[in-house]
Design a protein around this ligand. Structure first.
Ligand code: NDP
Length: 328
């Protein structure tokens, strides 16, 4: 049988962590043939809660779970990591300036990048979930010079899945009938969910919708602000759907995308579609053999261009801020 894959999860005792760990341990992250060893990182105050979760994991008797170790030291937590899920982050507090938020997260993602550089496995794949995810990924990447840059990714899959669900509802079809949706840019309110290349039952989705007003006034803002809608309804931020998206992101990265479809991932730009090289921005990607590739050759009309540029502008601003703060 295969040797266990080491999966390091930070912020493991948080809400998303609680929704994520059981699914990883049951084989949904890497597949039903792959045993996993969980390495949980928490801040010292939350280690006890993580230990409680570890007891529950034990009680599930998951056949694929080869062990759970808990750490409050990033260097140890990332030792041998094949997959790193960076969930723990400094939440936005009232009255906090964006620069303060980025600085606080620099204090988390810089040492984690260093720890990945020092001890992770050669094949390590990193997904940053903790917000501001794209720029946190950029910070971690900057402190892991020996790890190939493309191994640092940020999560826009929840936005992608939200867009698929909204579009399917609008068109009265199942989500499985929707293909080739794209989230461009930042995982923030400026993100651009693009349906102009999407297909429903093989037909162009934008034409099937045929309603630019719905697109501009309902669909795009609803997807972009869905997080706030969940908080309003639930009294707490989305956790299970965020964990689900993290599972989807890594599963597809490792196992490949389906023929005739693609997914959205926040990845280091190679300059495609006029997105400045180096920033971590969301693109349409296909994956195969553990590697992703940006889908090339899509025509971007003026409307889409404006939306992509606005989100990319926010990302370059964030990059400039963390550069000024000496975080990258
Ligand atoms: P959650 O588990 O709910 O969220 C964790 C992070 O995920 C936040 O940054 C949150 O961003 C982000 N996130 C990204 N996408 C989404 C989404 N769609 N919906 C909701 N959140 C999303 O936070 P908790 O406070 O419950 O738990 C965080 C844990 O992390 C705590 O246990 C804390 O101790 C730990 N922590 C660990 C660190 C470490 O391991 N070194 C460092 C810092 C914290 P947003 O704030 O924008 O919602």
């Amino acid at each position: 049988t295969q040797a266990p894959v080491n999966v390091t999860v930070t912020g493991a005792a948080g809400q998303i962590g609680y929704a994520l760990l059981f699914r990883i341990a049951s084989g949904q992250l890497l597949g039903q043939d792959t045993p996993v060893k969980l390495r949980l990182l928490e801040i010292p105050q939350a280690v006890k809660a993580a230990e409680g979760t570890a007891l529950e994991l034990e009680d599930c008797a998951f056949p694929l779970l080869a062990g759970v170790d808990i750490f409050d030291d990033a260097k140890k937590a990332f030792e041998g990591a094949n997959v790193g899920l960076l969930v723990g982050a400094r939440p936005r507090a009232k009255g906090m300036e964006r620069g303060d938020l980025l600085e606080a997260n620099g204090g988390i993602f810089k040492p984690q990048g260093e720890a990945i550089n020092a001890g992770a496995a050669d094949d390590v794949k990193v997904l940053v979930v903790g917000n501001p995810a794209n720029t946190n990924a950029l910070i971690a990447q900057a402190h892991a010079p020996d790890v190939p840059k493309e191994r640092f990714t940020a999560m826009t899959r929840l936005d992608h899945n939200r867009a698929a669900a909204q579009l399917a509802t609008k068109l009265g079809v199942g989500v499985a009938d929707i293909k080739k949706l794209t989230i461009w840019g930042n995982h923030s309110a400026t993100q651009y969910p693009d349906i102009f290349h999407a297909e429903v039952d093989g037909k162009n989705a934008a034409e099937a919708v045929g309603d630019q007003k719905w697109l501009e006034d309902e669909f795009i803002p609803r997807v972009a602000k869905r997080g706030a809608e969940i908080i309003e309804a639930r009294g707490a931020s989305s956790a299970a759907s965020a964990a689900n998206a993290a599972i989807d992101h890594v599963y597809d990265w490792v196992n490949g995308t389906a023929e005739g479809d693609w997914v959205s991932m926040g990845i280091p730009s190679d300059g495609s579609y006029g997105v400045p090289e180096g920033i971590i921005s969301s693109f349409p990607v296909t994956t195969k053999n553990g590697k992703y590739e940006i889908v090339q050759g899509l025509e971007i009309d003026e409307f889409s261009r404006g939306k992509i540029d606005a989100s990319v502008q926010e990302l370059t601003d964030e990059r400039d801020t963390v550069k000024q703060l000496g975080l990258i």
